[in-house]
Structure formats: C-alpha cells, structure tokens
Write a protein that binds this ligand. Structure first.
Ligand code: SF4
Ligand code: F3S
Ligand code: FES
Length: 260
C-alpha cells in the first residue's frame, strides 16, 4: 500500500463482535517518514482478546510483546487528552475509549489524515491546533477595563457558563478534522474544531470582539464558508459536541455580518 488515504465509514465497519479469548487481528499502518527506506504498508499482528480490552491496552501489548518499534500516542487513557485519536476501521476515534470487542475481530488502524505524520499511528495534532488557534486568536480578548488583574471577576449567569463549558469540552483530538472532506481538500480550512472555538468565545461576555472581528478571521472559504455541511465532524466527535448546531449558527451569523 503506497497511498495514505482512509475513508470514513460507520463505527464497527468490519461488522464483527469479538468475544473474550477470541483471536484479534490488527492490521496497522506502518510508515516512518524520517526513514528514506520506509514505505507505507499494513502490518498484521495477532492477539488474544481479554475482558474489557481497549485498543490502548491492545497496542501496548503489541508494543511490549510483539514489536517495540510501533509508534502511537497516549497520555491520559481516559478520553481527556485527545492524543490517542486514530482511524479505527476507517473511522476516526479515540483508541483508549474503544473496546476491541466493538470493532474486532479484524481491526485496521491508521494515523489520522490531514495532520503531519510522525510515524505509524502518531501524528502531530498539536502543531495543527496551535496554528489554527493562533490564526483565530482563540483566547479571550478582554475589554480594556477588565485587564486589571486585581479586579474581582464579573459574575456569570450559571446557564451561560454551562453553555460555554459545553463547547469548552473539546479535547482537540483532531477526529472532526480527519473526518471532514473539506479539511482533506483544503489545507488551511479551520475545521469544526475552529468553528466551535469561535462559537465558544462569541458566547463569552468577557470577550470584547464583535461579529465584524470574527468575520475578519473566519468569513472566508478557509473559515466557516468552506464548510460544506458534510457533518462527518459531528458524527465522529468523541465528546459529542453539538458541532452541527454550532456550525449552522455561526454560518448564519457570519453571513448576516457579510451582508452588512
Ligand atoms: Fe475532537 Fe470533537 Fe474537539 Fe473535534 S470538536 S477536536 S472531534 S473533541
Ligand atoms: Fe467538514 Fe463538518 Fe463542515 S465535516 S464540511 S466541518 S459540517
Ligand atoms: Fe488521552 Fe486517549 S489517551 S484521550
């Protein structure tokens, strides 16, 4: 296999349900871009499934017992850090939150597309997220009078705080970007993760920016108008963020701003 292309298919694309003690076959994309001799190919490993085995546990077992050269990323093992995102049977997801029994017994793993490949299943989502966040200035732009650190923070309506928190649950895993046809075609597209960030700061009363300011950063085809409503982002987000609603809402607001 020479081309690094993965299609997004429904969860459990292989259709199987592996029982405990059953043999699992992992077909894992191997490629080391730093090695001129390396060519992308699928390598197969066999493991016996144990009760409650996640793909995180399986990959560690493969690395410990079968192949110490296998590269993949994990930090929290609890669906919080976002670093274990990969393409599982054609669908972006978190390896630490995926049970082998739900996707086996034949499991194909590949790195997320769009992001820079470090090696095998490891990609540099941090570099992409940082560039996107800098471009969108994804931080709270405080009103001048609020920039006094000794001032008590303004109270916030709990309902509004809850709405902001809902969008702040994004773990920057990159699944929505990997599952988006536009992001695959358009290198600078900010993806659902970027649009969600704007939605989050737009809600925040401490942020002094207006819709005209937001339009300046996302009012083009690399921003909200590049989104073709494919909704792969919404389907694959492991945190179930309301991406569909937020994208539609921000697009309406930016379109209204564009006609002003
Ligand atoms: Fe991951 Fe969802 Fe955030 Fe996208 S919006 S980066 S899929 S948590
Ligand atoms: Fe992509 Fe989601 Fe829009 S998949 S095209 S960002 S609706
Ligand atoms: Fe942190 Fe999976 S290891 S989300």
């Amino acid at each position: 296999m020479t081309e690094h292309k993965i299609n997004v298919v429904p969860r459990g694309g292989n259709g199987g349900q592996a029982a405990s003690g059953q043999k699992l076959k992992f077909h894992i994309m191997r490629f080391n871009p730093a090695d001129p001799e390396s060519r992308p190919h699928l390598q197969t490993y066999e493991l016996e499934q144990t009760a409650g085995m996640t793909l995180f546990i399986a990959l560690n077992e493969i690395r410990e017992n079968l192949d110490p050269s296998l590269q993949f990323d994990f930090v929290c093992r609890a669906g919080i850090c976002g670093s274990c995102a990969m393409v599982i049977n054609g669908r972006p997801g978190l390896a630490c939150r995926t049970l082998a029994q739900d996707v086996g017994p034949e499991i194909t793993l590949a790195p997320l597309p769009v992001f820079e490949l470090i090696g095998d299943l490891s990609v540099n989502t941090g570099k992409w997220m940082r560039a996107m966040s800098e471009r969108l200035q994804a931080w709270c732009h405080l009103q001048e009078q609020q920039a006094d650190l000794t001032r008590l923070e303004e109270r916030m309506d709990p309902e509004l705080a809850e709405q902001i928190f809902e969008l702040d649950r994004c773990i920057e895993c990159g699944c929505c970007v990997a599952g988006c046809g536009t992001a695959r075609m358009r290198e600078d597209f900010i993806g659902a993760v970027g649009i969600n960030k704007i939605a989050r700061f737009r809600l925040d009363p401490r942020d002094a920016r207006t819709d005209a300011d937001y339009y300046d950063v996302i009012g083009d085809d690399d921003g909200v108008f590049g989104c073709m409503s494919l909704l792969g982002c919404h389907d694959v987000c492991p945190k179930d963020l309301p991406l569909q609603t937020q994208i539609a809402f921000i697009r309406r607001k930016m379109a209204a701003q564009g006609f002003k």
